[in-house]
Design a protein around this ligand. Sequence first.
Ligand SMILES: Cc1cc2nc3c(=O)[nH]c(=O)nc-3n(C[C@H](O)[C@H](O)[C@H](O)COP(=O)(O)OP(=O)(O)OC[C@H]3O[C@@H](n4cnc5c(N)ncnc54)[C@H](O)[C@@H]3O)c2cc1C
Length: 357
Amino acid sequence: MSSAKIVVIGAGVAGLTTALLLAKSRHSVTVIAKHMPGDYDIEYTSPWAGANYFPFSIAEDSSRKWERATYPELMRLATQVPESGIHVQDANIFIVDGIPITPFMKDLVDDKPWFKGVVQGFRKFDKEELPKGMKSGTTFKSVCINTAIYLPYLVGQCLKYGVVFKRGIVKHIADAADLHFSGKKADVVVNCSGLLACKLGGVEDKKVIPARGQIVLVRNEAPGMYTTSAVHDGDDEMLYIMMRAAGGGTILGGCYQKGNWSPEIDPNLANRIMKRCVDVCPELTGGKGVEGLDIIRHGVGLRPWREGGARIEKEVINGVRVVHNYGAAGWGYQASYGMSEDTVALVKESLNLSAKL
Ligand SMILES: Cc1cc2nc3c(=O)[nH]c(=O)nc-3n(C[C@H](O)[C@H](O)[C@H](O)COP(=O)(O)OP(=O)(O)OC[C@H]3O[C@@H](n4cnc5c(N)ncnc54)[C@H](O)[C@@H]3O)c2cc1C
C-alpha cells in the first residue's frame, strides 16, 4: 500500500496512538487537536486517567479483544522503554464481604476472568493475605502509566515518524480533509475526538456521554495497585489506588457517574475517596489515617462512555472517507493499541476502496 495523506482529529491517547501506528505504516499524517498534552481541561480526558490496566469492560467482546492486544505492548514499554513513563505494578483486586458486586466490576473481580491467560502472574490470594472486610481476592502483574510523561512520549514518537501537529477546532468532520499539512486534500480523516464526538459536526453521536471520574492525587506511595468489587457508598462510586511511574504521585479514586458533566470537585466525595483508600491500604499513610495523606491536587475527568461500546467504524461523510475511533469510556489506555490497530486496518480498507473508485 502506498503512502496516503491522513488527518487525525484528536491528540488524546486514541489520536496519538493511531497517528503513531499510521505513521509507522508510512502514511503522511497530520494531527489536528483542540487540546494537546500539557493541557488540563474538562473536555480533554486523557491527562486525568490513572492510568492502569484493570480490564473491567464487562461483556463487551470487542473491548476484550482490544485489551488482549494491548497488554503485551504496555508490558514491553514498561520493561524496555523507561522514558515512556510506564512501570509494572501488582494489581490487587478484592471482593468486599457483605455488599453486592458493582455491575461494571464483575469481569475484573471474577476469580477465573477472561484475561487470566493474557496477564502475567495471575493468582488468587490466600485468606491470610486479605485486608479486613474482604472475602477473597486476586492479583496479577499490571502496569501504571504516568500520563504526564506518556502522552508527551507519544507526541515525541509521532514527531520522529514525521507526524505534523496543528492546533485547531474542527467544526464539521469533512472540513478536516482540507487540513493536511501538504495543502492537498486528505485521503482519509480519522476521528479520535473522544467525548466531543457528541458535538462534532457530521458525527454528533448522541450515544456518547460522560462517565465522570473524580480523583485525588497524593504524594504518598502505595505498595501496589488496589481496587474492590464495590464500595458502601453506592454503585456509581468505586475504589482504586495506583502509583504512577517516575514520581507521578499516587491516584486515589473514584467514581463512575454517567451523564454528569460537572467539572467541579465534590469535597464530600473527595473525603469518601480518601477514607476508603486508606482503609483498604493503611500503608499509604503508615498508619496515620486520612490525615497522613499529602495532597498534590484534586481532579475531575470525563470518560467518553458510549452506549453499545466504542466505535471503530468507517463511513463516507460529504464525500470524505472517515474512520472513527472513539468511545473507550474507562479503558482508553488499556485498549489503545488494539483499537488503533483496528483503526489502521479500516484506513487501509478505505484506501483500497478509493483505489477502485
Ligand atoms: C479519572 C479517570 C481514570 C481513568 N483511568 C483509566 C485507566 O486506569 N485505564 C484506562 O485505560 N483508561 C482510563 N481512563 C479512561 C481514559 O482516560 C479514556 O478512555 C481516554 O483518555 C480517552 O481518550 P481519547 O483520546 O478518546 O479522548 P481525549 O483524551 O478526550 O482526546 C480527545 C481529543 O480530541 C480533540 N478534539 C475533540 N473534538 C475536536 C474538534 N472538534 N476539533 C479538534 N480537536 C478535537 C480534543 O481536543 C483531544 O485532543 C480514565 C479516565 C478518567 C477520567
